[in-house]
Design a protein around this ligand. Structure first.
Ligand code: DOR
Ligand code: ZN
Length: 449
């Protein structure tokens, strides 16, 4: 067993005791939920499932049992590992931006235990062969986690026309379906994806954007887009499809999860839907909590992202949304692109922000400013995604998986390529000095870094 002493957690100083192996688990009487665990851990190394370390106790002043390693963690903040339900790893096909190995390295060092990888790879993840390729590569490069969950494309080639073979993709390991990256135009297709996915117990996760209103746009529509002479897309383009999805979800009685919400108008719709009891959940990213469209003034291509950064009133709404629980999940929408690709005129560069290396540090900044608490982060980045996406998560209850990390809040570092584990450092925070970084991570009770 290992006893970690004197870490900070939710404003208290605590000790954490964990088991490290099957023998200790048996001694503690921990059960092994075969179905639950097996589904997620079958592909991975021995530090999961039966063998994996589990939480024994988290409280103030634990006395070390016999034969126990004791590690002092004074000055560090304890977190349960994070679950990011929306990343892009570019593998297969665009490995110069990121590959499964570097993506998982960024996740590992960012504090993540599970990541869900969107299907806009090349070729698109629209068949079981690609799913198996992704899982095998993840297992080979990271046998001790973080776990990669390939998200099944909703339509062949993400073209929005024909449904993908979801049955075989579910069998290969997909639990989520999405057309993320390419918004769906046909309401009929959205309906069928929801129905087909629901039959297979797959959650439909939707990128909401009216492609007609967004055509040719490179930023948010408003005064700034007029000043810069760049075509913008209005926030109502997002809200329109959020409304569509909510109405379909309510009509069909099938859950829906809304991707990267960026504006107040979408939140208003989500609030009213939740009040009516619609089974809708939603996510947002650190950049929508910290930046508005002014980040793209001076044509800063690293701030070009889709959905675009909106206005400050939207930032305030998003913050409120996370605090109130209206936004269920925090995500990065980790979208790596190479420096060469971003070093072009604004209208020629791809959308996206590389997020896994900076997410927690940026959220911690919001904690420092009194906008969020550690509790908000734990709820939205571990507990809620764990529940909604049905992956084992650590709530520091007896018997939980020992997935956790320590964060050093005083560590200063500069956001640049050298300090990134991701292959790409396309971020509007490039060059900034930030405070705080993950310093040690345990998955299944095993120290992975
Ligand atoms: O900014 C974005 N980047 N938004 C998306 O929807 C896709 C993503 C990507 O794949 O680069
Ligand atoms: Zn995305």
């Amino acid at each position: 067993m290992i006893l970690f002493k004197n870490a900070a957690y939710l404003g208290k100083t605590v000790d954490l005791l964990i088991t490290e192996n099957a023998e200790e688990n048996t001694k503690m009487g921990f059960s092994f939920a075969e179905d639950d665990f097996h589904k997620h851990y079958q592909n991975y190394g021995s530090n999961y499932g039966k063998q994996g370390g589990r939480i024994v106790e988290l409280k103030e002043n634990i006395t070390a049992p016999e034969n126990c390693t004791v590690i002092d963690m004074a000055g560090k903040v304890l977190f349960p590992s994070l679950i990011d339900v929306h990343v892009h790893f570019r593998d297969p096909g665009m490995e110069w931006k990121e590959d499964i190995n570097t993506g998982l390295e960024a996740a590992l060092h960012g504090g993540y235990s599970h990541v869900f990888c969107m299907a806009n790879t090349s070729p698109v993840n629209d068949n079981a062969g690609i799913v198996r390729y992704m899982l095998e590569k993840a297992r080979n490069t990271h046998p001790h986690g973080p776990f990669l969950h390939p998200v099944a494309a909703a339509t062949l080639g993400l073209k929005g026309e024909a449904l993908t073979p979801l049955g075989e993709m579910a069998e290969a390991g997909c639990t989520v379906v999405s057309n993320d990256g390419v918004p769906l135009t046909s309401t009929e297709i959205v309906r069928r994806v929801m129905e087909y996915g629901s039959d297979l117990d797959m959650l439909f996760v939707d990128h909401c954007e009216d492609p007609f209103l967004a055509r040719g746009a490179h930023m948010n529509e408003g005064k700034l887009s007029a000043k810069l002479g760049v075509k913008g897309q209005p926030d109502i383009g997002e809200a329109l499809q959020v409304g569509r999805d909510i109405m379909l979800s309510e009509y069909l009685q099938i859950p829906v999860h809304i991707c990267h919400v960026s504006c107040r108008k979408s939140l208003d719709l989500i609030r009213r839907a939740k009040e009516r009891g619609v089974d809708v959940t939603a996510e947002t990213c650190p950049h929508y909590l910290l930046l508005d469209e002014n980040a793209i003034d001076n044509y800063n291509t690293n701030a070009k992202v889709n959905p675009p950064l909106r206005v400050w009133d939207d930032v305030l709404a998003m913050r409120e949304g996370v605090k109130s629980g209206l936004i269920d999940c925090l995500i990065t929408d980790h979208a790596p692109h190479s420096a060469q690709e971003k070093e072009n005129p604004l209208d020629m560069v791809p959308n996206g922000i590389s997020g896994l290396d900076t997410a927690l540090t940026l959220l911690w900044k919001l904690v420092g400013e009194g906008v969020l608490t550690q509790e908000d982060i734990v709820r939205a980045y571990t507990v809620n995604p764990g529940k909604r996406f049905k992956v084992p998560y650590n709530s520091f209850a007896k018997g939980d998986v020992a997935d956790f990390f320590f964060f050093d809040p005083s560590f200063e570092w500069v956001v640049n390529k050298e300090n990134f584990h991701s292959k790409s450092a396309n971020t509007p925070f490039l060059g900034q000095t930030l405070k705080g970084r993950v310093c040690t991570h345990y998955l299944g009770g095993k120290k992975v870094f």
